[in-house]
Design a protein around this ligand. Structure first.
Ligand code: G6P
Length: 605
């Protein structure tokens, strides 16, 4: 939930760290801080508020010089967002400063114990126990002390540590929170995410759980808990720095919406061989399973709902969905005959990780659909299918979601073919439909100007309902989430036929109902639902497929999306809903890329 960065080198450390924090801000944005080691002194500035506030303060602070530093941007878990609770945290003697991403679960016991021993705590955070433990047990050998402290803390952590005894050196440790080392020429970095230093180096070492590193400008020394050196391979990041920049767009969200044709192409095309879908990464015998269970959180879960309907339809195998945060508490009835599909853009979501562990403990095979290469979920799953959507920075996912849906489409028909539910010709023809999605998505983006006008018309609504049936309902879930998470307008998604069983009481004159009417076999059904809400005064904005004339007489406004196979409409349906949420939020003056109270990757339960 937090972003951390560290740097050792000859460049301006303050600039490097603050620049990195700006890029990491999507991970948390309620407070931020920086600490720089200058010979035998650590100078620190931290503040509640966004990184821009920190930048203002840091600019005025001449003490922030030195060739080695750490920075942090926070999403508060323990202790309110405040200057004191912001990271870095320093030991009282000023010898150590640390930044931490994760949660220390046994911090209360440690805090009580240290307090009894006379240690004074300044903040309400769980993190502070780490720096106090380091200070308490330090005997001149920092590597040894760090290993000792790591053995005392429970939970998840990616840590960056400065110590005045080791100028120009940063120490890092990792368990269950992401930490990457960026290897440059005469300078080295660490961060929660490559975006923090992608403008400086593309050479990365992924630190694994239980590993530590000592980082100086010219050397990265990785070691284990026995202080034994570990040799690790570097990997090269393939995407360019512009992928992590706004490139002229006002917001990352708009840029990422517009990138969808390209990201869908990157997801789909490499997996089409001889006009058929192939998953080299999936070495499974699909016939072994008698059911599939899809688990995920937020938008990834809603992508799973689309996947459920398609897989069930084409494979004729029962598919269930379960939000990952509930998964382990429902004691799901799964076994080795259940294939669990876990979906996560970030690959870091704590609840999804817990669900995967639960599934594995019950002998189920786990396939993960993940965007971030080398992430915790990618490593934990038995099989990982990457979406290759490129970095997604806006908190509200867009291309992350559509590429997950595309993978689920491909999985569905790949599995149906393996299960002999579809023949070669159908397989090839459905593959062709999927291959056309990037082009269809591009044409859907032509609705941009029209959607903006509709947002201008409807942006003052206080409550919105999204209705749809079957596959369209699954898309309503995501469309409604998009609107509420970035514009803070109350919105709900309903299966259109369910509305009359209670919630129709909330339909009154002027209430906006967004009706998704693209699944044509059920068109007449949803039209009758539209009539029910119209009869109660609702304004209806309908989303339908090109060529649908009937819908115009039933609705106040209509958006027509390009036609494709009715199974694969979700990608076209969600794009105008993403744009609608974006422009409504913009018109309401919301902070679109960093909506209040949210964070992009939720690494706490
Ligand atoms: C957070 C984000 C959502 C996202 C969900 C799952 O709640 O705000 O946008 O859908 O986490 O994230 P994941 O990275 O697992 O897809």
């Amino acid at each position: 939930m937090c972003g951390i960065i560290g740097f050792s080198g000859t460049a301006d450390t303050k600039d490097v760290i603050l620049g990195g924090l700006k890029r990491l801000e999507y991970r948390g944005y309620d407070s931020a801080g920086i600490a720089i080691l200058n010979n035998d002194k650590i100078n620190m500035v931290k503040t509640s508020g966004k990184v821009d506030q920190l930048i203002e303060l840091a600019k005025k602070n001449d003490s922030l010089t030195g060739s080695c530093g750490i920075g942090h941007t926070r999403w508060a878990t323990h202790g309110v967002p405040s200057d004191v609770n912001a990271h870095p945290h320093m030991s009282s003697d000023g010898k150590f400063a640390i930044v931490h991403n994760g949660i220390i679960e046994n911090y209360i016991e440690i805090k009580n114990e240290l307090t009894r021993k006379g240690v004074k705590f300044l903040s309400d955070t769980d993190t502070e126990v780490i720096v106090q433990l380091l200070d308490y047990y330090y005997d001149g050998d920092l590597k040894k002390t760090l290993v000792k402290v790591s053995s005392m803390i429970e939970g998840s952590y990616a840590l960056g540590v400065l110590c005045t005894d080791f100028p120009n050196t940063i120490y890092v440790a990792k368990v269950s929170s992401p930490l990457l080392i960026g290897v440059g020429v005469g300078e080295n970095y660490f961060a929660s995410d490559i975006t923090a230093f992608i403008n400086k180096t593309k050479n990365v070492i992924d630190l694994d759980d239980g590993e530590f590193a000592e980082i100086t400008a010219n050397k990265v020394f990785i070691f284990d808990s026995k202080l034994k050196e570990i040799k690790k391979q570097e990997r090269k990041v393939t995407w360019d720095v512009t992928a992590a920049e706004k490139s002229g767009y006002e917001h990352f969200m708009l840029k990422e919406i517009m990138e969808q044709p390209a990201s869908l192409k990157a997801t789909i095309e490499p997996r089409i061989k001889d006009n058929k879908i192939s998953f080299e990464e999936l070495n499974i015998d699909i016939k072994k399973y008698d059911r599939i269970l899809i688990t995920a959180c937020g938008s990834a879960y809603y992508a799973g709902c689309v996947g459920r309907d398609i897989i069930e339809k084409v494979c004729n195998i029962p598919v269930y969905t379960e939000v990952a945060s509930e998964f382990r508490y429902r004691n799901p009835i799964i076994d080795e005959k259940t294939l669990v599909i876990a979906i996560s853009q970030s690959g870091e979501t704590a609840d999804t990780i817990a669900a995967i562990k639960e599934a594995k403990s019950k002998s189920s095979d786990v396939v993960a659909i993940v965007n971030v290469v080398g992430s915790a979920i990618a490593k934990l799953a038995d099989y990982t299918i990457y979406t290759w959507a490129g970095p997604e920075i806006a908190v509200a996912t867009t291309k992350g979601y559509t590429t997950q849906v595309a993978i689920l489409y491909m999985f569905a028909i790949w599995a149906a073919h393996k299960l002999e539910k579809i023949n070669d010709d159908t397989f090839a023809s459905l593959t062709k439909d999927i291959k056309s999605l990037p082009e269809r998505a591009q044409r859907t983006l032509d609705l941009n100007t029209r959607v903006k006008k509709l947002a201008d018309k409807y942006y003052e609504k206080k409550s919105v309902f999204f209705i749809g049936r079957y596959l369209d309902y699954a898309v309503c879930l995501e469309g409604s989430l998009k609107l509420k998470e970035i514009s803070y307008i109350h919105s709900e998604a309903y299966p259109a036929g369910e509305l009359k069983h209670g919630t129709i009481a909330l339909i009154e004159k002027g209430r906006l109902v967004v009706a998704v009417c693209c699944y044509e076999p059920l068109l007449d059904k949803i039209i009758s639902n539209i009539q029910q809400v119209k009869a109660r005064g609702a304004q209806v904005l309908a989303l339908a497929v090109e060529g649908n004339k009937k819908i115009f007489t039933e609705s106040d406004d209509v958006l027509l999306v390009p036609k494709t196979n009715e199974l694969f409409m979700a990608v076209m349906e969600i794009i105008p809903l993403q744009l609608f949420a974006y422009y409504v939020a913009k018109k309401n003056g919301c902070d679109i890329d960093k909506p209040k109270n949210l964070a992009k990757s939720v690494t706490v339960e």
